[in-house]
Structures are given as C-alpha cells and as structure tokens.
Design a protein around this ligand. Structure first.
Ligand code: ATP
Ligand code: MG
Length: 269
C-alpha cells in the first residue's frame, strides 16, 4: 500500500497546500512515485498544478462524484499526470456540495479511503491536501491516511493553537477507534525575527510537542509566494532558494519515518 499522508490543520492559510505540493514534488525528486489528492473544494492545489480548466469541466467522473456515489468502475480516470513529476486527483467545482451530500450517506467518513484503496496501490506516497475546516472531508483525509503533517504559522505558533489541532485528531481517534500518527508539526511562514526564534525554542522543549516539532522550519519567502502565484513550485521558480533544502529535509524525514517503519516491520516478520 502507498504511504498516505495528509497535511492538515483546521486553521486557514497556514501553508497546507504549499507544503503538500512541495513535499510531493520533493518526494518525486527522490525517485518516489507520488500521487497528490486535492480534497479542498477551493481547488487551490489543482490550480497550482495548472488545472484551472478542469475546475469547470463537466467531468462526471470527478473525485466529488466518486466520493458521493462511491467508487465507480472508471475511477482510474480521475488521476491526471502533471509536468511536476507527480500525478494528481484534482478537485473541481462539484466538490463544493460534497460535504452536504455526504452527510446523508452511510460510511461517509471512509469514502476517500475506499477510493484510494483502488487507485494508489502503485504509488510510493499519496499526499492529501485537506480543507481548512473541520468536517466530513477533513475526517476523510485523516482516516484515509492515518498519518498527518501539521503546518503551523509563525503568527499563531502557540501551545494553545497546536493543542487545538492535536485535539481534533484525538477526537477522530476516539470516535473511530483508530491510531493516527503525527509525522511532524512543521513551522511555516517563519519570519527572521527573534520573536519566532524564541517561541520555537520554547515549543521545541515542551513535553508533548517536542517529539513532533521539526528541527527545521520553512521561512517566509517571497519566492515561495511568487512560485505558487505563478502556478509552479520553488524548485522551478528559484531552485537556489535557501528553502529548497528545508522542503528536501521534510521529504527525508517523511521517508525515514514511513520507510524506516516498514523496514522494522519486515525485520519482525
Ligand atoms: N513559506 C512561505 N513563504 C511565503 N509565502 C507562503 C509560504 N507558505 C505559504 N505561503 C503563502 O501563504 C498563502 C497561504 O498558503 P497556503 O494556501 O499553502 O495555505 P493553506 O493552509 O493551504 O490555506 P487554506 O487554509 O486556505 O487552504 C499562499 O498565498 C501561499 O503562497
Ligand atoms: Mg489550502
């Protein structure tokens, strides 16, 4: 099975889409086969991958359709190729009504998992970009992946706001009796002032958080914003940016956590 990871935080604008895309492409650069799933009705990730036209395409066989109706026979058609070296299941216009429609369905939180079980077997990694609100799509992302990366933003880097994100995951674990692994909490949009550095130092030494917080952070850089605005990635827009190495470090951390675990399991067998 593919190693599935969702980048989630119910807070908006923390960098979920930016990190999903850059981590996915970083993994592809490490010769991994990667599928990216855009589960956000606003479809920013799809737009960043140049799929604006797809948004209004009256494509009946969309992710939205398969979530609501259950996996269809021609499900594989929802996977598209991109020129960033990753494949994508895009979001589109129909996704806007999916939360309401799913609420009337049985097994509604497991729909993404059922879809991925059918399409991601040949990929090394599946990254799911999650919407910025708690709801049935958010639950679908967590339950399909069972591994989470939580980006936090410079301005609201506090113990309270991190706990709010962790509490949501706790609730899902309790409600569904599953075990969700927090792969990393990654500080993003970090500004070059002492305030962020002090806060980060404190968080990195707090019990209950220090095991999740990455030793590196993604800095706020105009080049990242421009790359996203220009529908590309930092790797193409400014390959010599100092932040490229931090995205690559995140990919290394993911590989060691996901594949390291697999090695252990294999040894035990
Ligand atoms: N490290 C960074 N440096 C500069 N700009 C960034 C950085 N990370 C993200 N951004 C910009 O911040 C904005 C929000 O980022 P992004 O869309 O990835 O967040 P999000 O959590 O996915 O938002 P939403 O909750 O709306 O889905 C975007 O304009 C993005 O280009
Ligand atoms: Mg987003």
């Amino acid at each position: 099975m593919s190693n599935r990871i969702t980048v989630s935080n119910q807070k908006g604008g923390v960098g979920k889409t930016t990190i999903s895309l850059h981590l996915a492409v970083a993994l592809a650069k490490k010769d991994k086969d990667v599928l990216v799933v855009d589960l956000d009705p606003s479809a920013y990730l799809s737009a960043h991958l140049g799929l604006d036209d797809y948004y209004y395409d009256e494509n009946k066989n969309s992710l939205a359709y398969n979530l609501v109706e259950g996996p269809q026979e021609n499900l594989e058609d929802i996977v598209l190729q991109t020129d960033e070296g990753v494949d994508v299941v895009p979001s589109n216009y129909d996704m806007r009504g999916v939360e309401d429609r799913l609420n009337a369905e049985r097994n509604r939180e497991m729909r993404l998992r059922m879809i991925l079980d059918r399409i991601d077997g040949d990929y090394d990694y599946t990254m799911v970009d999650s919407p910025p609100s708690v709801g049935v799509l958010y639950d679908n992302a967590i339950l399909a992946c069972e591994r989470v990366i939580i980006p936090i933003k410079d301005e609201d880097m506090s113990i309270v706001s991190i706990h709010r994100a962790l509490d949501e995951i706790d609730e899902i674990e309790k409600a569904f009796g599953t075990n969700i692994e927090i792969l990393a909490i990654i500080p993003n949009l970090v500004r070059p002032d002492g305030v962020a550095t002090d806060t980060l130092e404190r968080l990195r030494s707090t019990d209950g958080l220090k095991e999740y917080l990455t030793e590196f952070e993604i800095r706020q850089r105009v080049a990242i914003r421009r790359a996203m605005k220009n529908r590309t990635t930092l790797y193409k827009h400014k390959p010599n940016s100092d932040q490229v190495k931090n995205f690559m470090k995140l990919a290394d951390l993911v590989v060691s956590k996901c594949e390291g675990e697999n090695d252990e399991e294999e040894k035990e067998e």
